[in-house]
Design a protein around this ligand. Sequence first.
Ligand code: A2P
Length: 338
Amino acid sequence: MKTYKIAVVGATGVVGRTVLKVLEERNLPVSEYVLFASSKSAGKKVSFMGKEYVVQELTEHSFDEEFDFAIFSAGGETSKKYSPIASQKGCIVVDNSNAFRMDPTVPLVVPEVNPEELKSHHGIIANPNCSTIQAVVTLKPLDDAYRIKRIVYSTYQAVSGAGAKGIADYQNGLKHYLEKDDDTSYLQKFAHPIFNNCLPHIDVFLENGYTKEEEKMINETRKILKKPDLKITATTVRVPVMNAHSESINVEFEKDFDLDELKNKLEHSPGIIMEDSPQTEDYPLAIYASGHDEVFVGRIRRDESVTSGINLWVVADNIRKGAASNAIQIVEKLMELN
Ligand code: A2P
């Protein structure tokens, strides 16, 4: 059987460490791994696959050595600089950053939704934004059946999505809150305390008043569903939850639907677990979705204010399905195509 050599870039970060964890869980045919991070972490020892790995500094020469695949989770600037170097040397890059997602020559892939895009890449494949991934896993079967006309996204996003500094702001915020201390100089990531608060602000603000996170959800959904003119609006909010994003999604369809049939379609779609029993107070929750790779869907009900529309509550682990696991699923699909 063919085996592969994989580089994990950003192996010391929140997403990178989960990439290592998911790789340990899944049995990929890999003969060799090399772990990269910044100069700060060079020489650091990481235990992985029952062995001790020494983290290497990522440099322009890192890909002189031949790799089959590289999973990049080290931010946009690192991806912009090093992904083209890697791909020119014949390594296929699966990139978790925002750097190439809207490049028309780069496939933006969620394996349950548009795996066919993997057949024609030029060495770089983009992993979508975490909040987009869980949304499109849910929306694709509905679009296929009832043709989506408009989407309204409202998100409740966990602090893990803001990396190590976001998590620190949440944990330090709890301490300050318990000590009744108003000092906010501990903040490293957020503009305001996230503990005991909701921040309607993820990523930078744009001229039109939206945030970049909102723009990402809108543009990436259109690209993945191959509907460039789809009407979408979004409000993305950071909430004091450690891990797993929740989303309220309002969808309007061109065609009419039968609610039981719609639920049945969702239940039998890949990557989805339905939790929708109001009688037993059963619905998706961040604390239970955390640690899983599936997208959890519930609170499914007709939007009675329009002719054909529904409301959904969609929850998924933003670090696993929203980043690490989706990237590894892409690598697995590429191995199948090889
Ligand atoms: P390091 O830990 O050495 O700084 P997070 O999003 O959790 O902050 O993680 C970011 C990840 O990206 C870390 O592994 C970090 O490594 C890595 N990283 C940041 N800048 C670079 C760079 N210039 N080259 C390689 N890896 C980088």
